[in-house]
Design a protein around this ligand. Structure first.
Ligand SMILES: [Zn+2]
Length: 225
């Protein structure tokens, strides 16, 4: 958009997609989380086009990303930097919703502490509407995330490699609670958990539809407040 299009629309709800630059298996792009966060935001804004002013901000493509540091391509920022960046961006707007797709605990905790509207899909009432693999805690670069990337940016997934990957049903939250704070220590020796070989663009579209339903509910709440 250009600035004249924004004049007089200060009350719009602004969506801030929060991704990461992080290894996502040998088959999916480092930008997987950013693609997913933007994909949810754009669909929600489209859905509400006739109902509300909703604008999608340029994404934050870096997050607190330590678990994948043993692999090339992980670019981490600190909690403090994330906090400052998001707080200062948010200060520009009356209404903003944070939409993260990178769910490393330290990232999620930092965002929760900001007391801004947060689309937190790790909350039980949202997580239980998502796929079996996501609910099993094996949602890093597996069937769930790879399907979402296939829906929007199929050219960025190496399908030959994807089909050869064996399923690794690792419960990441449980492994983290047990003190394992790197992908390798969790048994993810190729930076993925779950079953990427089963990913499809169709499942990705279905999951995007569910994510969009949930984000639309939150945006309506924020618009009413
Ligand atoms: Zn991811």
């Amino acid at each position: 958009m250009s600035y004249p299009e924004l004049e007089g629309r200060e009350g719009a709800v602004h969506l801030l997609p929060l991704g990461a630059t992080e290894p996502h298996g040998p088959h999916a792009p480092l930008t997987t989380d950013t693609i997913i966060a933007v994909g949810i935001c754009v669909r929600a804004a489209d859905r509400l086009f006739d109902e509300l002013d909703v604008f999608v901000l340029p994404p934050v493509s870096y997050g607190v990303t330590r678990y994948g540091a043993e692999f090339p391509g992980a670019v981490s920022i600190s909690e403090e930097t994330l906090r400052s960046l998001v707080t200062e961006i948010a200060a520009n707007f009356e209404r903003i919703v944070l939409v993260p797709a990178h769910l490393e605990p330290e990232q999620v905790w930092t965002l929760r502490d900001l007391a801004l509207p947060l689309f937190d899909i790790t909350r039980k009432e949202r997580a239980e509407r998502l796929t079996d693999e996501f609910r099993a805690g094996a949602g890093h670069a597996g069937r769930y995330e790879t399907s979402l990337v296939l829906a929007d940016r199929p050219e960025l997934v190496d399908k030959g490699r994807m089909r050869e990957l064996e399923a690794k049903m690792i419960d990441m939250p449980a492994a983290i609670l047990a003190g394992r704070t790197s992908f390798v220590a969790m048994g993810m020796d190729q930076a993925y958990a779950g079953a990427p070989a089963e990913a499809t663009a169709e499942e990705g579209e279905q999951t995007f539809a569910v994510l969009t339903d949930m984000l639309v509910e939150l945006i309506r709440e924020v618009a009413r407040a």
